[in-house]
Write a protein that binds this ligand. Structure first.
Ligand SMILES: [Zn+2]
Length: 488
């Protein structure tokens, strides 16, 4: 009897567990469906896609795989195609007419006797251009993945034809949504000198969906979730574009405002990497802005901060300690470059710093009023940077700095600091400096400010948190320091 009861309870329990599992599975599927539907509703809003012809061009394919990681068998052509298919899946329900330049791993290179003196690449591109032309597409969206020699650069970027304001509008619309993908490196839409952009008769963009050369981004680019996020961002950008264009007849002036270049501001935060400096968490919390973090080598948190900065979508510099003329050399920190050092010693310290912060796109000087006016020493630094394809930002701790000349000679990309934001530590002074920086950007087109974590760090972080949304509202574009460089 007792056994029987236990058996009955067990059966009941089993049934309940089974029913719960069924319910759970159903809830999960429903939720996913719901999320997807609500996203679609949001994208397709006010019929913006009806009667629109969208040409999606997944770059490369066939003979030309694009950039690749052959060891891991990752090929750009596959990522381009997959995201293209996802965009197609999303937009086909919107009433738009979507055409893809390719739906398989193929190219359009003409046979030798037909392509005449065109290169294979040209003949392939010309075929795709003609497809869009025949279709009379409203927009041409070419999908690509980027790669550089070194792995430090990351982030999706939309390129436009600078001669076409509609191309700019499209690129900016797409870029805005790409930037809101969680942890995305916050790049800006850029003018591009590309054959496709110049030859299309309709507004066109090239979307570089990320860097295959960056290990973190490479992992993401092959993930289904990430590909979907990118496809959604591009679809949303297209929706915004067509919505804006629909308003165009009412206010064509809006487009003129848009077509003018925004003043650009880059903000670098120095002295990250230590365990004792204040404001680090507060700076990391400003993840929605493209800040550049300058990380000191040989500190307790050097590696942790540099990895975290990269993962959070900040740009990273090595904040290299260099000997000052006078002042407190105890602030200099270990592994500094000193005037009495030999070439080997200097290279050794640079290599150690680089080994600890391998994701840095460049370097700026911590202190260094003595070293930065020494052409011979700076030339050693610049040769090292040239080797690593890194940029140099002159913190300008000495007005007699020779960094510019040294960078030019070594062929290193160079920029200099315009304003220190927090030489005075109080909130009001820092806020004032930030507005001064914005004013300078309005006058000169761009400006670079340096702030710090440290005694003033909490005030600096708070002042930035309070003012950056205002600057953006005023039409200032925040960018990474690498976007404001002089190319010699
Ligand atoms: Zn410093």
């Amino acid at each position: 009897m007792r056994n029987l009861i236990i058996l009955i309870i067990h059966k009941k329990t089993l049934l309940i567990i089974f029913l719960l599992l069924v319910a759970l599975v159903l809830t999960c599927t429903c939720n996913e469906q719901e999320v997807f539907t609500s996203t679609l509703g949001e994208i397709f809003g006010p019929l913006c896609f009806v009667n629109k012809k969208i040409f999606i061009d997944p770059g490369h394919g066939g003979e030309d795989p694009g950039c690749s990681d052959t060891r891991q068998k990752i090929f750009e052509e596959d990522i381009n195609l997959r995201v293209g298919q996802l965009i197609h899946e999303i937009l086909v329900k919107s009433g738009a007419e979507i055409t893809m330049s390719r739906e398989s791993d193929r190219d359009y290179v003409l046979p030798k006797e037909q392509r005449g003196n065109q290169t294979k690449k040209r003949s392939d591109l010309n075929f795709r251009l003609q497809m869009a032309e025949d279709l009379q597409a409203d927009v041409f969206v070419s999908l690509h993945v980027n790669a550089t020699q070194r792995g430090s650069y990351s982030g999706a970027e939309a390129f436009y034809n600078p001669a076409d304001p509609y191309s700019l509008l499209l690129a900016r619309s797409i870029q805005e949504h790409l930037r809101s993908i969680p942890n995305m490196t916050k790049r800006t839409a850029k003018p591009g000198d590309y054959y496709i952009l110049k030859k299309t008769t309709m507004p066109s963009v090239i979307v570089e969906m990320g860097y295959l050369s960056n290990s973190r981004e490479r992992e993401l680019l092959v993930k289904a979730d990430y590909q979907k996020a990118v496809a959604l961002a591009i679809s949303r950008g297209l929706a915004d574009y067509f919505t804006d264009r629909a308003k165009d007849s009412e206010m064509p002036a809006a487009l003129q405002v848009l077509a003018t270049e925004k003043p650009k501001v880059a903000i670098v935060i120095d002295d990250v990497g230590t365990s004792y400096n204040k404001g680090v968490e507060e700076i990391f919390a400003l993840q929605q802005y493209p800040l550049t973090l300058a990380i000191m080598p040989n500190m307790e948190n050097t590696t942790e901060h540099s990895l975290r900065a990269d993962r959070s979508g900040f740009e990273v510099l090595i904040h290299m300690p260099m000997e000052p003329e006078n002042g407190n050399t105890s602030w200099l920190g270990p592994g500094a470059i000193k005037n009495r050092m030999s070439k080997e010693e200097i290279n050794n310290n640079l290599n150690i710093a680089f080994g600890q912060i391998p994701n840095a796109v460049g370097m700026n000087n911590h202190m260094g009023s003595l070293i930065t006016k020494n052409k011979e020493k700076m030339r050693l630094v610049m040769d090292f940077l040239h080797d690593k394809e890194m940029l140099f930002l002159d913190s300008r701790t000495n007005s007699a700095s020779v960094c510019r000349e040294a960078a030019q000679e070594a062929g290193v990309k160079y920029a200099k600091r315009d304003i220190f934001l927090d030489s005075r530590y109080d909130y009001a002074s820092i806020t004032k400096q930030i507005y001064k920086l914005a004013e300078l950007a309005r006058q000169n087109g761009y400006a670079i400010g340096i702030g710090h974590v440290g005694p003033q760090g909490l005030n600096t972080a708070k002042a930035l948190a309070d003012t950056l949304p205002i600057l953006e509202e005023q039409g200032i574009e925040l960018v990474f320091v690498s976007e404001l460089l002089n190319d010699f």
